[in-house]
Design a protein around this ligand. Structure first.
Ligand SMILES: [Zn+2]
Length: 273
């Protein structure tokens, strides 16, 4: 396969790609404040890098779409530069992209989310795609600040921050940026701020996040925009996280590709005989 990028194919090449049935990866990020030390592109930079390297190493099993670069972010609008898209518009938009892919004959589409608040939208867009087209479409997050699954065991073994240290513009995201784009990180401006509440039944940190789903206005919980401890982040941790995540993600893609497309049945019909 000459390229793993969806939009670098010609239409005759696309016809051949559809016959091979790779998993189509649809990255879904955002543009929002990440403290005084990281750029507002942080989620997109991390998501794009993980997806590119995963698709490159997946050996033809993945085809990577261009990033949906804006997300559900109204709660961050108090911070300069954040871009917010209305939640209904966003659901329609992401589902429309996935459904377009299905209409061309691809059977496996994976919405790859890189921003915590996009998760419910990604989930609903995948469900809508399944109901509208019958293909296999799911949603997942490879970003350990959202779900550490793909970053294990590195995440738990190498993490230096205590409870509350990983949530947003945190040890995880800063480490990844120190590895991927050190030119965009201003460590002299990094601050530790555990803005999130640490009370029974409400905590965001891993590996045991809260059972309660609640998202407050960001400016009510954080002065700097940081929720976590970026001051202990290192490029070494970032490189280890990246390598572990990509290796696990490649395996995830191969497993997702084996999910069967089963025929629907109609149990309304009386039993024959
Ligand atoms: Zn982020």
């Amino acid at each position: 396969m000459s390229t793993f990028r969806y939009d670098e194919l010609t239409w005759p090449e696309m016809r051949a790609a559809i016959a091979r049935q790779p998993v189509v990866l649809l990255p879904f990020g955002t543009v929002e404040d990440h403290g005084p030390h990281l750029p507002i592109s942080t989620d997109n930079v991390i998501l794009e890098a993980i997806c590119v390297e995963t698709a490159r190493r997946a050996d033809g099993a993945a085809l990577l779409m261009p990033l949906v670069s804006y997300g559900l972010d109204e709660h961050h609008m108090d911070f300069p530069g954040t871009i917010s898209v209305d939640m209904h518009t966003l659901l329609d938009y992401v589902a429309s992209v996935a459904i377009s892919v299905a209409r061309h004959g691809f059977t496996h589409v994976l919405i790859v989310n890189g921003h915590g608040s996009n998760a419910p939208i990604a989930d609903l867009a995948a469900r809508r795609t399944v109901l509208a087209t019958g293909i296999v479409c799911g949603a997942m997050s490879p970003n350990a600040a959202i779900d550490p699954t793909l970053a294990e065991p590195t995440f738990s073994q190498m993490r230096r921050s205590g409870p509350g240290g990983v949530a947003h513009a945190c040890e995880y995201e800063t480490a990844l940026m120190l590895h991927l784009r050190p030119d965009l990180v201003q460590m002299d401006k990094a601050v530790r701020e555990i803005g999130q509440l640490q009370i029974e039944y409400f905590n965001w940190d891993h590996p045991a996040p809260s059972i309660l789903s609640w998202q407050d206005w960001w400016s009510r919980m954080s002065e700097s925009g940081v929720c976590g401890d970026p001051t202990v982040a290192t490029a070494e941790f970032g490189r280890a996280l990246f390598e572990t995540t990509v290796a696990n993600f490649v395996r995830f893609v191969h497993a997702f590709r084996t999910l069967p497309l089963r025929p629907r049945r109609d149990p309304h019909a009386p039993p024959s005989g």
